[in-house]
Design a protein around this ligand. Structure first.
Ligand SMILES: NC(=O)c1ccc[n+]([C@@H]2O[C@H](COP(=O)([O-])OP(=O)(O)OC[C@H]3O[C@@H](n4cnc5c(N)ncnc54)[C@H](O)[C@@H]3O)[C@@H](O)[C@H]2O)c1
Length: 378
């Protein structure tokens, strides 16, 4: 990798909407990456977003249009429906990708991207920015001190007014918000989801078109249960965006208010700040260092598929009146759909080479570290 004169990674930002603007402002001040191009289907928006950040860089409506900018990596901040297509364009052009969550609208599209990463040999990392937060890391450390787990509880209650695609989604809570909390559960416990039962509904006063409230219970490989309840149409005492957590084990209880208050057996624990920045800055730092030294990041594509499977399992269960959905079966059904839908011969051949979905997720990832360490429990 050549890097800029000062060693920063030269990145193209694809998707210049609300979150793309956040990314560009962060990138403009980054010491590890430099934005060299901005792409959006809406070229005027791409230009406006650059101008509002004070950047005078190449803009275009596709990666192909900006290929002369000396791009070394792509940051994909488009809408979820466009993630796979943009990731494919980038990886086929030999570029590693950091893609906003959720990786794809369905697990089957996510599996096609695992196969694509194998075919192109490129790094595809998902930005789960809420993992990069000092108190979360502290809570994960504390969680190991409560011994074998019995029950993990997370509550998320908010009054969110976000006109636009979120208020029209079928599952604005589970798909758009709980993706963070389910991913945090995996980060905190390093446990593997086995099955889920979920009830999702819309309160009569809700301003969301879809189901803004849900209760889900996951069985984890350790035998513990993760009990999640939440709503985005809950006027009143709001929880943190990170949810409020309690974790009960053999050696007592750990709690986290989702902000700075962490406790172990009722004793306050002082949270540590992470070494490499928080939120999207932390995610970028991990991506750049893995591009540089060939390590596998914690959110490499195949690991992230399990977070998506938790969401899809929950929405599937809710559409079947709370029936138990087994994650391994869901993954295999998704693989069958992925094989059916895939149009590229090389990607389809890769999908057909896997005996089943869990084997696909255990294929060697970009970098040298093992894939999902505890995936064998599925
Ligand atoms: N990590 C977080 O906390 C967080 C917060 C907000 C949004 N997000 C994620 O960021 C992503 C973008 O969300 P947003 O709120 O910015 O959406 P948005 O609708 O404001 O912006 C998306 C942009 O992508 C562009 N786009 C769509 N398809 C494209 C394509 N094929 N090529 C180029 N551009 C294309 C659209 O024109 C639009 O400008 C989503 O995946 C969302 O879930 C993450």
């Amino acid at each position: 990798m050549m890097g800029d004169v000062d060693g920063r990674l030269r990145v193209a930002l694809v998707g210049a909407g609300a979150m793309g603007g956040e990314w560009l402002r962060m990138l403009a001040a980054s010491s590890v990456a430099i934005p060299v191009a901005v792409v959006d289907l809406d070229i005027e928006l791409a230009r406006r977003t650059c101008a509002s950040t004070g950047l005078d860089i190449t803009t275009g409506t596709s990666l192909a249009e900006v290929e002369g900018a000396g791009i070394e990596a792509v940051i994909n901040v488009t809408v979820p429906q466009a993630h796979r297509v943009v990731n494919e364009q980038a990886m086929r052009a030999g570029l590693p990708v950091l893609c906003e969550k959720p990786l794809a609208p369905t697990v089957s599209e996510a599996l096609r991207q695992v196969a694509l990463a194998n075919v192109t040999g490129q790094l595809l990392m998902v930005s789960q920015s809420r993992r990069y937060f000092g108190p979360l890391a502290t809570f994960a450390e504390v969680a190991r001190k409560v011994g074998p787990l019995s029950t993990v509880l997370a509550d998320f209650f908010h009054e969110d007014h976000e006109p636009g695609f979120r208020e029209q989604m079928e599952h604005p809570l589970l798909v758009d918000m709980s993706v963070h909390h389910f991913d945090m559960l995996r980060f905190i416990t390093d446990d593997v989801p086995i099955s889920v039962r979920c009830d999702a509904w819309n309160p009569p006063w809700s301003w969301f078109a879809g189901k803004a409230s849900a209760v889900a219970t996951f069985e984890l490989a350790s035998g513990a249960r993760f009990v999640y309840s939440g709503s985005r149409a809950a006027p009143g005492a709001e929880t943190s965006w990170n949810a409020e957590w309690r974790m009960y084990g053999l050696e007592g209880v750990a709690t986290w208010d989702g902000e700075s208050a962490v406790s172990l057996r009722s004793e306050r624990v002082v949270p540590q700040p992470p070494a490499a920045g928080e939120s999207i800055e932390g995610s970028l730092a991990e991506f750049v260092s893995c591009v540089r030294d060939g390590r596998t990041p914690q959110n490499e594509v195949r690991d992230n598929v399990l977070t998506l499977a938790m969401i899809e399992g929950a929405t599937e269960s809710s559409s079947r009146q709370g029936e138990r959905v087994v994650i391994r079966e869901l993954l295999d059904e998704a693989l069958a759909r992925a094989r059916h839908d895939e149009t590229r011969e090389d990607v389809a051949a890769e999908l057909y080479s896997w005996p089943d979905a869990v084997h696909g997720l255990s294929t060697t990832p970009w970098g040298s570290a093992p894939a999902i360490a505890s995936g064998g429990a599925l």
